[in-house]
Design a protein around this ligand. Structure first.
Ligand code: SF4
Ligand code: MG
Length: 321
């Protein structure tokens, strides 16, 4: 709810105005149990920061994170420790998250030991069962991460994320480093695990094809803000925000090439974001009001929301031809 995350810039001689990088600026959304919620945007849009704030891997500047209705900031130490088991993260690069000096067996056993889960026999069984869950067998127990393929390493990273029986997993560019055929295998694995264990995913990616395939709902981020949010079908077939429209047009098929919208200009500096609507410097529909006033959120059907002056709350039909 209303998440802000500002980083202090290190460089000297900065004016007060751009002392802070506004990585995330007033982001609100909720993820429903059992769904895959996609956060999509260019690199630098703040999507990874949102994931890290939710998991309390970094402090938030303003706003709150609630889990099953309870403010995470109000958790006692004990509650926080229990909660840490329920929420996990899978990163793009398993090299960075898997200890290169340890075997797969050790890596998977470690979280069980830390959280004092069961006895030795329980842990051994749990490791074997989890390996099986991710499509690997006991022949992997004594292997090291560098002996595995990219896809196998990501399977181990997923195994270590699910071994504590979590409820919620943030997948941050979890398949972005993999070949397309391996990507599909890992996405299908994640779907199978979701069904089997009733997992909820926050799926962060710059790859719209993957997000569209995988997610039930999508939020599009631009410069630290959510500009549009809705069901995957709604956004996929009729994105409303001009940025979302351009983004989705980039994955149109060849026979629709003429509908493609190419964005002009670069992503503005998050330390010095544009006034008014953050997208106005690149928006072909930009009006005077866009340069001055930040748009409020308008609703379409149900939960489909957009932040853009082309729409207003009463009349959600675009006022342009
Ligand atoms: Fe474009 Fe204005 Fe809408 Fe921003 S508010 S996306 S500048 S039309
Ligand atoms: Mg990122």
């Amino acid at each position: 709810e209303n998440i802000h995350k500002y980083y202090k810039q290190r460089r000297r001689k900065l004016t007060d105005k751009n002392k802070y990088v506004k990585a995330v600026h007033g982001v609100s959304f909720s993820v429903k149990e059992g769904e895959s919620f996609g956060l999509v945007g260019e690199s630098g849009s703040g999507k990874s920061t949102v994931g890290q704030v939710i998991l309390q891997l970094t402090d938030l500047t303003q706003g709150s994170v609630r889990y099953r209705g309870k403010d995470v900031a109000s958790f006692t130490k004990r509650n926080l420790k229990d909660w840490r088991k329920k929420v996990q993260i899978v990163f793009q690069d398993p090299y960075a998250s898997l200890n290169p000096k340890k075997t797969v067996g050790w890596i998977l056993n470690e979280p069980l030991t830390i959280h004092k889960m069961g006895d030795k026999y329980y842990r051994k069984n749990k490791v074997l069962q989890t390996l099986e869950d991710v499509g690997l067998d006991d022949s992997y127990l004594n292997r090291y991460p560098h002996e595995l393929s990219g896809g196998q390493r990501q399977r181990v990273a997923i195994a270590s994320a699910i071994i504590l029986n979590p409820e919620f997993i943030v997948i941050d560019e979890g398949v972005s480093a993999l070949d397309v055929s391996v990507q599909a295998q890992i996405l299908n694995l994640l779907k199978r695990l979701q069904k089997k264990y009733n997992l909820t995913y926050l799926f962060i990616s710059h790859d719209l094809n993957v997000v569209q395939y995988f997610c039930d709902r999508i939020a599009v981020m631009y410069l630290g803000e959510i500009v549009e949010i809705g069901k995957t079908e709604e956004l996929g077939t009729s994105p409303r925000h001009p940025y979302a429209e351009a983004l989705f047009s980039s994955i149109l098929l060849h026979d629709e090439e003429e509908k493609r919208i190419v964005l002009e200009g670069d992503l503005p500096n998050p330390a010095d974001p544009p006034s008014g609507c953050p997208f106005h410097t690149r928006c072909k529909y930009a009006m005077n009001v866009c340069r001055v006033t930040k748009p409020t959120t308008s609703f379409f059907s149900g939960e489909h929301k957009v932040s853009c002056h082309l729409y207003n709350e009463k009349d959600t039909v675009r006022n342009i031809t």
